[in-house]
Design a protein around this ligand. Structure first.
Ligand code: SAM
Length: 529
């Protein structure tokens, strides 16, 4: 067995490729897998999230190297995002390979809980199922702070006046770019300030916006006399600006939440007017979490007794602390038939956990919309004819005697709500030596998930540790954790999270000048585990 990068009596952290490390872990040595793998969407250009990077698969598998839609995807051309069907199949095959290893490493009845992307989740879920897991559920994590990455169709139409004209411009641009020895991504970076698909667009179907023309012209020594006026003509009239958040996908994903000003422009052609208001993407508002279970050895009861796995810790994950106790009457038969004794259901410590979980901001918005609601009693209607012949608690009541604690609050009280602070210097996103992880999950959400599927004192396996959120969650919940991460630069982040819970002095040493981690030490109220 290769030496771990870090080990103590609670955590083992391996540095390496997931498939190589998993192959070395013994059978039936983990109680639960809780993980957040790459989604295969080439997130923000990160190589570790490229679907095409997930192993060999040839055209013999029936896929194609062409992305969906007629034209190749600009981001794919720019090397940022491979959306071909072969790449997606490779992603699924890779998910299948690591899920198969997880199945072997889990005890019978052990759960696998894995985040997925809303566009690639079907591949993940099918791979987990094909590996031998029973898909038990899918949890939806809902949030309100996502930002749509959508093409403005009307604008795209306005940007292509005269296809022949544009073809000539594109040839000129390509020729000047080749002469300068620059790639399209290089040109985009120097002109618009980022390695986007901008230059690809200009060489395929759009004139550049007028504001980019001077920089493009000067960089590639292009013909201003011929093209300057054409580009100015194609420009849409600016009718205002709007402010938008820059958060690209989900809370914790991508750049810091920062407001940017975007120009609002008016259509300049009839065709563009017709397509005003059309786009290509919805605002991201949820992330799916796949819940699978390794087949049981016998019944649930037998499996739980022998292996400690197979069930969910409902009571440890209840929502809020309101009482849901309810007195029921078992009625067999109609209208006064055999009536057995009363029995009681529910709990004094909160509601049954749901398969929908909310981000705090979204929960607040929801509560504002619904206002204060009351459940468990309906005093105005009780005693009416309608209720006289009703069954259960309501039967024959002349006056309202609420069957359970009449809870009140906004609609969000029916769902688990998790706080998330996306700012880079907040405790949620540690930073060590200037490095922070781009896709950090909320710590409280990870605590809830590990608590749901891990028996007391059990071992959680996290094959894609990232900044180590699952590791920290496992420590806070009293579990052991085996974690894997391939990228060297993220290992100190995981170490810092472990140190924070186990050795705060070491955490301070690791933090150095990075206020993110110092904030992390003082922000949270949990004691060192
Ligand atoms: C979505 S991130 C996990 C983020 C984590 N949930 C957090 O809160 O910080 C996925 C991680 O998997 C790692 N990864 C990707 N491919 C891997 C591989 N083949 N082996 C091991 N780790 C890999 C990436 O480096 C990345 O840090």
């Amino acid at each position: 067995m290769t030496d771990p990068y870090y080990t103590d009596d609670r955590v083992t952290l391996h540095h390496g490729d997931v498939l190589e490390v998993l192959a070395e872990l013994p059978d039936a040595s983990a109680d639960a897998v809780v993980t957040d793998p790459p989604y295969g969407i080439g997130f923000m250009g990160h190589q570790w999230d490229q679907p095409g990077d997930f192993g060999p698969l040839s055209a013999a598998h029936g896929g194609s190297n062409v992305s969906y839609g007629g034209a190749p995807h600009p981001a794919m051309e720019a090397g940022r995002y491979d959306r071909s069907s072969l790449a997606n199949q490779r992603f699924q095959q890779w998910c299948h390979a690591w899920a198969l290893e997880c199945l072997r490493i889990l005890k019978p009845g052990g759960h696998l809980v894995s985040f997925g992307g809303s566009r690639t989740w079907h591949r993940l879920a099918a791979a987990v199922e094909d590996a031998g897991f029973e898909i038990r559920d899918s949890v939806a994590w809902l949030y309100g702070s996502g930002f749509p990455k959508s093409l403005n169709v009307s604008k795209a139409i306005d940007k292509r006046p005269g296809v022949i004209r544009h073809a000539e411009f594109a040839a000129h641009l390509a020729e000047r770019r080749a002469a300068a020895g620059l790639s399209r991504a290089d040109v985009s970076e120097r002109v618009v300030g980022a390695r986007t698909g901008a230059c690809w667009n200009w060489e395929h179907h759009q004139f550049p916006e007028a504001k980019w023309w001077p920089a493009l012209r000067d960089l590639l020594d292009m013909d201003d006399e011929k093209w300057g006026s054409v580009i100015a003509e194609a420009e849409r009239e600016k009718v205002g600006t709007r402010t938008a958040g820059r958060l690209a996908v989900a809370p914790g994903q991508g750049a810091d939440r920062r407001a940017v000003d975007l120009e609002i422009t008016k259509h300049s052609t009839d065709a563009a007017r017709k397509w005003q208001g059309w786009g290509t993407a919805l605002k991201p508002g949820f992330e799916p979490i796949v819940v699978g279970r390794k087949p049981l050895a016998g019944t649930v009861a037998a499996n739980v007794l022998e292996h400690g796995t197979g069930a969910l810790n409902i009571d440890a994950c209840r929502i809020g602390d309101a009482s849901t106790r309810r007195r029921n009457t078992a009625e067999l038969g109609y209208h006064g038939g055999n009536i057995s004794d009363d029995y009681v259901t529910g709990s004094d410590s909160g509601r049954w956990p749901t398969n929908v979980v909310l981000e705090e901001g979204l929960a607040a918005e929801l509560d504002e919309q619904t206002g204060e609601l009351t459940s468990g009693a309906n005093p105005t209607r009780r005693g009416s004819d309608k209720f006289r012949d009703a069954y259960g608690d309501f039967k024959g009541q002349e006056e309202c005697t609420p069957a359970r604690g009449a809870g009140s609050g906004g609609a969000s009280r029916f769902f688990p709500v998790f706080r998330y602070e996306a700012k880079a210097d907040a405790g949620e996103r540690p930073r060590v030596n200037g490095v922070a992880h781009p896709t950090v999950k909320p710590l409280d959400l990870m605590r809830w998930l590990v608590r749901l599927v891990t028996p007391p004192g059990g071992t959680v396996l996290e094959p894609f540790a990232g900044s180590g959120t699952t590791v920290e969650a496992a420590l806070l919940e009293g579990f052991h954790c085996i974690a894997i991460e391939r990228e060297t630069k993220y290992l100190p982040l995981i170490e810092a999270r472990i140190a924070r819970r186990r050795d705060p002095r070491r955490a301070l040493e690791l933090a150095g000048e990075d206020m993110g981690l110092l904030g992390l030490i003082t922000d949270q109220d949990g004691d060192a585990a």
